[in-house]
Design a protein around this ligand. Structure first.
Ligand code: GAP
Length: 503
């Protein structure tokens, strides 16, 4: 079983301290969320699992952590200033602000939607072509508002998604020399450091550079809890290969990535591949395959149940060329007159110089957390006929690994022993002590937040130096000597603790 809808997770997340609406005491801030005590733990565990799998366990990988605010020229030459925009449309009937690519099809649209490659528009620059395509579809009544069904929509206009800021003590907020952006992807920080990493780490192609960090997009239609927000975290890796090897390596990464989500405990039947059609491809991509998760199981139509968890793109040599001083266009003019570096690569083995192709697996931390929470959600009825929620998280992702509970909180010897056990576990795992309710209530609370083990200290423990270890998923209990407890839990938590220690 998994969560029946995102709303179930929103309510659990707020009730149990995973995620809170941001700025709540001032009325909130649209689609912004704060991660609470358990949320920050699960986010950190997802990032550690990714870093271990992507960087530590491989021989061909390095990691970096680049700035969020980069020189504006990075975004000029990456193409983001010109093309990182959404087509914005207003509904004249209900005043909703909409993305043209999220409008619904009318009956006419279902029969004959014009696509971006339409012959009359084929010669236009990309952004203009996309806008004109949507404009034609809207004018001819092929699209309608998803809120009220009206076809009375404005012409689409281009809205750049990058957040703008100014650098330094500027007199004028619009001073173009002070303009900068918050990064909309972590990837560009990797491309501009390609030569630095290559030379300092004495790497040869093929190899990859990984990065985890915040990205920002002024999304037109954020929503669905932490699925689409304006501030989010990405886990991206750029893998540099010889041109010609790109298609094979791309396919390999598509398969590795799918399997990684399975190792996190996500059910394969809630994951699928999605091959992006040509008209959806980003300006830099030759082929992109997304991994979708069933984020909306409550929707009737199967196709509408899925959305993107991760994208794996073949970015060709677009980025390294775009940031290089060397390449020239057809008329022999430098493509990039501002860069001071040539990011081509000299292959010692073949004595060839080329611009490496790039394969990019890019996942969202927040969407991975949402998918993991939805997939782990289950319900069970106890002996008294009461419904209990159990979050069957993979142990490596569980925010708390062990909860130590005293059976009698008014017995100082029992409380003292329970607190000492909790302290002895702390160096190797996240453990907590809780005496704020009866034992049934305490078990239920730990089940609901996904704690794999509850350790109960009772009167007998004072005599036999043993405790009861209760399993979250089976509710089975076994007696374990306190002296053996740490090893017992570590063995059952593997590889959970490996991930915490970053081994
Ligand atoms: N460098 C390529 C890139 O950024 P993307 O498909 O736009 O590709 C990669 O983003 C991943 O980042 C997505 O698959 C998704 O998990 C996450 N992501 C993108 N926009 C997001 C948003 N507004 N809110 C939350 N996560 C987002």
């Amino acid at each position: 079983m998994s969560a029946p809808n995102i709303e179930t997770i929103v309510s659990l997340a707020k009730r149990r301290g995973f995620v809170f609406p941001s700025s709540e005491i001032y009325g909130g801030l649209g689609s912004a969320w704060d991660y609470g005590p358990l949320g920050v733990e699960i986010c950190n565990n997802v990032k550690q699992a990714w870093w271990r799998w992507m960087v530590h366990e491989r021989d061909d990988m390095e990691g970096i952590d680049s700035s969020i605010i980069l020189n504006r020229l990075v975004w000029k030459y990456s193409g983001h200033e010109d093309t990182f925009s959404d087509p914005l449309v207003d509904c004249r009937e209900c005043n909703a602000r909409l993305r043209a690519d999220k409008l619904n099809l009318t009956e006419k649209g279902k029969e004959e939607l014009i696509v971006a490659g339409h012959h009359e528009l084929a010669d236009l620059p990309e952004t203009e072509r996309t806008l004109k395509t949507w404009a034609l579809n809207i004018k001819d009544g092929r699209l309608k508002c998803p809120n009220c069904g009206s076809t009375n929509l404005t012409e689409p206009r281009s809205f750049n998604l990058m957040f703008r800021t100014t650098i330094g003590a500027v007199a004028d907020e619009d001073d173009p020399t002070a303009l900068a952006y918050l990064r909309p992807e972590t990837a560009q920080g990797i491309f501009i450091n390609f030569a630095n990493v290559l030379t300092t780490m004495r790497r040869k192609i093929p190899f990859g550079i990984a990065q985890i960090g915040k990205s920002f997009r002024n999304e037109v239609t954020p929503g669905n809890f932490i699925f689409r927000t304006r501030e989010f975290e990405q886990m991206e890796m750029e893998y540099f290969v010889r041109p010609g090897e790109d298609e094979r390596v791309h396919q390999e990464w598509i398969d590795y990535c799918f399997n990684w989500f399975i190792t996190l405990g996500i059910n394969a039947s809630n994951l699928r591949f999605y091959e992006q059609p040509k008209e959806e491809l980003a300006h830099y991509a030759k082929r992109t395959v997304d991994i979708h998760y069933r984020f909306f199981p409550e929707r009737e139509e199967d196709e509408r149940q899925w959305d993107e968890l991760m994208g794996i793109a073949n970015r060709t040599d677009f980025d390294l060329k775009a940031h290089s001083k060397k390449p020239e266009d057809a008329e022999g003019k430098r493509i990039n007159p501002d860069s001071t570096e040539d990011l081509s690569y000299f292959d010692e083995a073949t004595k060839e110089r080329y611009y490496p192709y790039v394969i990019e697996p890019a996942a969202g931390v927040n969407r991975t957390v949402l998918a993991v929470l939805m997939d782990a959600y289950s319900e069970r009825t106890n002996d008294k006929g009461e419904k209990r929620v159990i979050l069957k998280l993979h142990p490596s992702l569980a925010p708390i690994k062990a909860a130590v509970l005293p059976l009698a909180k008014n017995k100082p010897e029992i409380v003292g022993m329970a607190k000492a056990i909790k302290r002895s576990l702390q160096p190797t795992m996240r453990a907590v002590y809780d005496d704020t309710g009866g034992i049934g209530k305490l078990y239920a609370r730990q089940d609901e937040i996904g704690t794999p083990f509850c350790i109960t200290v009772d009167h007998q423990s004072l005599e036999d130096e043993a405790v009861t270890v209760r399993d979250r998923d089976t509710w089975e209990q076994e007696r374990v000597k306190v002296a053996d407890l740490q090893q017992h839990l570590l063995a059952r938590l593997q590889p959970a603790v490996r991930s915490e220690q970053g081994v």
